[in-house]
Design a protein around this ligand. Sequence first.
Ligand SMILES: Cc1cc2nc3c(=O)[nH]c(=O)nc-3n(C[C@H](O)[C@H](O)[C@H](O)COP(=O)(O)OP(=O)(O)OC[C@H]3O[C@@H](n4cnc5c(N)ncnc54)[C@H](O)[C@@H]3O)c2cc1C
Length: 382
Amino acid sequence: MQAFRFDPVALPESARQLRREVRDFLAEQISKGGITPHRNSWGSYDADFSALCGERGYIGMRWPKRYGGHEKSALERYVVTEEMLAAGAPVGAHWVADRQSGANILAHGSEQAKQEILPEIAAGQCFFAIGMSEPNSGSDLAAATTRAEPTEGGWLINGTKIWTSSAHRAHYLIALARTAAKTEDRHAGLTQFIVKLGGDDVKVRPIYNLYGGHDFNEVVFDNTFVPAHRVIGKEGDGWRMVTGELAFERSGPDRFLSTFQLLRQLIDALGEQPDRRDRAALGRLVAHLATLRTMSTSVAGMLERGESPNLEAALVKDIGTTFEQEIPEIARLLVEARPGLERGDPFNEALARAVLTSPSFTIRGGTREILRGIIAKGLGLR
Ligand SMILES: Cc1cc2nc3c(=O)[nH]c(=O)nc-3n(C[C@H](O)[C@H](O)[C@H](O)COP(=O)(O)OP(=O)(O)OC[C@H]3O[C@@H](n4cnc5c(N)ncnc54)[C@H](O)[C@@H]3O)c2cc1C
């Protein structure tokens, strides 16, 4: 049986100093109107702000300098991420590339791919989408039927991906495709490819979400050519990489801060003298938030040491997304409100957005049931 481990991590002085710098930078940006705090920070797309983050060294922070990175620690990266989300900064454009695609290319990509793509990502000028889910393969990714076949100088991809966030504005997508027929080992024969978006051979069609926004898409590959140097890792090794990526995708503060702006608004709405019931409810939320931060920084510490905390990441996402969903439920009980998306009353707007987006928190990045399956397996229960 594998036990959970959440060793406490003390932030080094360099991370505390960086936190102050980022906080000052964001306060200045907000006060001079450079950015408006967003309710949906990592879903908000602002290419200019991403370029500014690139200039300041806030993207690709852990990567080697020769690829445009800054050779910082996972904990330094953690505090930048946390400050951005807490301020509601519009980090959505570079989010996926910085969080997981770049790290994946750095670990397993070809030298040519690293040289041509990583510096652009670190500069905040190259954005990625995730091409894992398919119409009949979401939780069960190994059922992917998108095919890649070898051709002169590379591969031809055919198939359909779905729920592909930001594919309409990203420069590349990492696609999981089948390069060999299924065998008894369902996880064998899958490979990851870096696919250039924007050409005629990849069709990107919008799917509108619950609040009418266009965040995700259907993506159809039609004999899409991918040069050989844009295969990630060894042919057939895609499953290992996808599961490695998920530790980055599931453990960060983005998995418990999605409705943080509403928590702030709730504190303001309850005023200087909240009654006993309100104080108890707020205290409970803040205590949960503090615990999640401790767990999430602990995972950052494990990633720093080169470990693969997949189990701990699954726990952070499961508990974190439950917390994010609880905030609007509790806010609704504590404050009489008329939620509405139009900008005006900040509490009503934050509540409306949280109510409409929160059902997706326990689906995106792996559903609650799948995470609990991973946790149960880790405990030796199945
Ligand atoms: C906002 C949002 C953004 C997204 N962005 C992306 C993206 O950028 N790229 C991408 O590739 N995907 C993306 N997704 C897709 C997401 O990863 C999938 O929706 C998710 O993995 C579930 O897959 P599915 O929708 O096919 O549901 P299914 O896998 O069909 O699941 C349906 C239900 O059955 C349950 N279930 C399935 N298998 C099991 C099992 N073995 N045991 C118990 N219960 C089970 C699930 O928990 C779920 O409740 C996004 C989704 C959302 C909501």
